[in-house]
Design a protein. Sequence first.
Length: 475
Amino acid sequence: MALWGGRFSNAPADAVFALSRSVHYDWRLAPYDIRSSLAHLAVLQSSSLIAQKDAAAIRKALNELASEVLSGEFTALPEDEDVHSALERGLTLKLGEIGGSLRAGRSRNDQVTTDLRLFSMDHMNEIATLVCELNDAILKKAKDYVNDSAPGFTHIQHAQPVSFGHEIAKHAQAFSRDLNRINDWFKRASVSSLGAGALAGSSLPLSPELTANDLGFDSVFANSIDAVSDRDYVAEALFILSLIGIHLSRIGEEWTLWASTEFAWAKVADEYSTGSSIMPQKKNPDMAELARGKSGRLVGNLVSVLTMLKALPFAYNRDLQEDKEPLFDSIDTLLLVLPAVTGMIATTEFDREKMALAAPTGFSLATEIADYLVRKNVPFASAHESAGKCVALCEASGRQLHQLTDQELANVHASLDGGVREVLTVSGALTSRTTSGGTAPVLVAKQIADTLVLNGQYAKKIADRAQAFSEMMSA
């Protein structure tokens, strides 16, 4: 059912209708469109723009449609252009001519962005819930390995020993920032566009403030032209989703390396691994690889929308129809990836002995020599050079740092003596890193505990927001 056409003599060409049609993907906005229609109906009724009797009939029909959409009894047809025309067709089938009454004071321009905001808020909250669950799994796994040592890396080369719990817990900080970004996004996304009309507002006695309140928005638009053309909330949501994807990808990269034969640190559970169709011995960390691979489409969806928005003139343009599929795809992608990665992390076991044996290799304790000299008031530049000379001696003779003789140490620097061997241990290196955020196990345990508390706070906020949204949708 077309919502336009009175001034046209001919129907659109088949190719034009096929290109214009969006109901095959925007149908998922139907529950939100019905809810925003109920809010609009209430204002039309209170302003006496729709008779009480007709308003009651429309409200009943909208509620029936909501149930029929949910059950699948009412669906879009091939001749429907978009979700709005499909639902108006449903109303007209039930009510006849008065089914078209809701169009008063409303355009698809303000209608669709209101629906999309509601959809985005609902699903960003769902994503946030899954990120909280992922963070919980990360932190619990990190807690298990606080007192286990492993090599820390820069440039994928052994750098300094770290608590392996510290290594795992670093990912929780990234996802905590993502949760914070989602919370912050809600402040800008929770703005109602309903009442802006096509672009200029309405001459009818509407109340955008009442509909905004009815739909649970924090505020109403300040400029009707901006209201129908703003898709910042879509672009920002896509940025957040893509960044979550990047953070998942980094986990995927590490898990893939740790599960390799060369590392052999991680034993990924069978339930979160796959095999080979030709090599029966293979056990592949495919969830990690898919998390890494899926990040590309999330970044692509962001770039797609940013490119579409670039240089759009004036108010609404049909280009904005391209805002939905990238958003839907990014949300759907993360709804698949997040639970899989959460399960993979929760069920992975690490080889503590192998990691501990690797912790001091690659001369990862060389910095301890430099710090030892600094504590003797040797300038760090000189201390750094002396530590490097110790490494060179060991490389040339096939020894480790603690195996250098007292004389060799003294030859490198007058302040370097046998006492340095006391700090050339992994446990000593870990426990000495007591600055804020450092890898000393006692600090790592506190970092994990503090982040678990923060994650719980996020989880409560998300649950409260979800409850309020659910109550609004069912009102």
